[in-house]
Design a protein around this ligand. Structure first.
Ligand code: F6P
Length: 551
């Protein structure tokens, strides 16, 4: 007798598989006609966000069955363990307590017997003092000038979160400093940024949890040289122009950063979940700590919703489960994010790291191979630009690509005509994806001035199947609170999926091999003689590059 599969042989999974088969031809348009309350039934609210699942390829029963699957996979207990600080990151034997950074309740949260709340509060106080000094112009550069520009040097989670949030909140508070982000090891990026700056008024944040990330260290070294060149080599300038955010204080000190200018982060905060920690410093530099606290409070509201709401009304749970529905049961391999708001330009890239680095995994927590799809390919872009780029494929392509729209009903500065047009386009794309265009309609459109044969031919090209599943996420206004809630929503969605797939969303071993190999190849550029043990293609390209750089 074969051992039952831990997920695929569960009765709940089997029922869902049968249900999915029964809904294979579900016409969402018809579902709206059959159930006059479909929209109300499938719209949910959480922490200031309204999430409309009614244009998803589900019936209310589907959600119930997905919730049963979540129950069968002990999701409530797993959520409780996450918040209780259990070692949910098994391979690194750590908790994942980014929620503690935005939890203002007095209760202790312990890691290894130590209450981490006082550590967080102390660090917040240090950040607050630093920001006050910076904004009150008590913190001065080597020439005695106030700091006008802050450059964050970090990559991955030490870049994407603060970059997204700094841009997203640009209309929510007056800007006190300009902030810039250099992540790539491509010196072209750093030099582009430095080209516009004055070393005497520029502050660098070296943001690296590990303080070993080569891209960040090289950028920091180049930035330090740029500063010292302007400060006539006076090394005391470093303390006035460099601060660090790291869990590795020793390495930051070795780099030359004054210990008093190093802000902490901790093992129990993963890189892609770290914007709530001192990694959010660029956001504070730009707008102050009050706005940052509002971001934290918004995220905390979503945490409380996630922690306490029954699964059937729990928005991150439902979003995660819908991802399982599409990816595992309906065979979707990708998922797109389309924000209709220029302030969310960086959201798709942020979510790529969040979901793909977290759940792009192929073994379960116990090390056994998964036999089902895990994280989809996450991609996307801004509406309305995306309508003129990839929406053609969404409307008429052959793949199933579920998507999320995000839009704010109100905009603080966009002229009425613009915001009306933006929102109209968002709603229209949502409706068009649902409704499509039937052959008869396309034929009617094509008939003017064309003979029957050509009109039919054209109509085949103009027909759109519609029935394309998607979710609308609507906020009244995009503010620090709603932004915090939105990001926490996706963090928890990611956790839910990891819990059902029984994988670890908090490690990222897959990125290590390429990092090591880059270090090896880099060392070989300066060495002489043949390069050891590469495939023929890589060896040939190393040889050509060596020759080219030696020319
Ligand atoms: O890409 C791997 C990764 O470890 C990410 O998880 C992380 O956010 C990024 O590199 C940067 O790491 P660090 O903050 O340690 O420099």
């Amino acid at each position: 007798m074969t051992t039952p599969h831990p997920l695929l042989d569960q009765p709940e999974w089997q029922s869902l598989t049968a249900h999915c088969e029964a809904l294979r031809n579900l016409d969402i348009r018809q579902a709206f006609i059959d159930d006059a309350e479909r929209h109300q039934r499938l719209e949910f609210t959480a922490a200031g966000l309204t999430v409309d699942f009614s244009k998803q390829s589900v019936l209310p029963d589907t959600l119930q069955m997905l919730v049963a699957l979540a129950q069968a996979n002990a999701l409530p207990a797993k959520i409780a363990s996450l918040f209780a600080g259990a070692d949910v990151n098994g391979t690194e034997q750590r908790p994942a307590l980014h929620m503690a950074l935005r939890d203002f309740k007095p209760e202790a949260i312990e890691v290894g017997g130590t209450d981490i709340k006082p550590l967080i509060a102390d660090e917040r106080k240090r950040l607050h003092n630093f920001i006050q000094n910076l904004h009150d112009h008590h913190w001065l550069g080597f020439r005695g000038d106030a700091i006008t520009d802050v450059v964050n040097l970090g990559i991955g989670g030490s870049d994407l979160g603060p970059k997204l949030v700094a841009d997203a909140l640009r209309l929510d508070a007056p800007r006190r400093c300009r902030v810039h982000f250099a992540a790539n090891v491509d010196g072209g990026e750093l030099l582009r940024i430095l080209g516009d700056l004055d070393p005497a008024t520029t502050l660098f944040i070296v943001a690296s949890k590990s303080f070993t990330t080569p891209e960040t260290l090289l950028n920091a070294t180049t930035a330090r040289e740029w500063l010292l060149a302007a400060a006539s080599g006076n090394r005391s300038a470093i303390a006035r122009h460099f601060v660090a955010v790291s869990a590795n204080k020793m390495r930051a000190v070795e780099f030359g950063i004054d210990e008093r200018n190093i802000f902490s982060m901790w093992d129990w905060v993963g890189g892609r979940y770290s914007v709530w920690s001192s990694i959010g410093l660029p956001v504070m530099c730009a707008y102050g700590t009050d706005v940052f606290h509002r971001l934290l409070r918004g995220a905390n509201l979503m945490d409380e919703h996630f922690r306490t709401t029954p699964l059937a009304q729990n928005v991150p749970v439902l979003m995660g489960l819908l991802g399982i529905w599409h990816g595992n049961l309906r065979g979707a391999q990708s998922w797109a994010m389309v924000p209709y708001d220029d302030r969310l330009f960086h959201l798709p890239a942020y979510l790529q790291q969040l979901e793909m680095e977290s759940n792009g995994k192929r073994v379960r927590n116990d090390g056994s191979a998964v036999e089902y799809a895990t994280a989809p390919v996450v991609w996307g872009g801004l509406g309305t630009n995306a309508q003129h780029a990839f929406f053609q494929l969404l409307h008429q392509g052959t793949q199933l690509i579920p998507l999320d729209f995000v839009v704010a009903l109100n905009h603080p500065i966009s002229p009425r005509a613009h915001h009306d047009a933006l929102v109209a386009n968002c709603f229209a794309q949502s409706e068009a994806l649902l409704r499509g265009k039937r052959f008869a309609e396309a034929f009617a459109d094509s008939s003017h001035g064309n003979d029957q044969t050509h009109a039919e031919h054209l109509a085949r090209h103009r027909t759109m199947p519609g029935n394309r599943p998607h979710t609308l996420i609507v906020v009244d206004e995009l503010k620090a609170e709603t932004m915090g809630a939105l990001l926490a929503l996706y963090e928890h969605k990611t956790f839910v999926q990891g819990a059902i797939w029984d994988i670890n969303p908090f490690d990222q071993w897959g990125v290590e091999l390429g990092k090591k190999m880059a270090a090896t190849i880099l060392g070989e550029f300066d060495a002489s003689g043949p390069t050891p043990a590469h495939d023929a293609s890589t060896s040939a390209w190393i040889a050509r590059y060596r020759q080219r750089r030696g020319d």
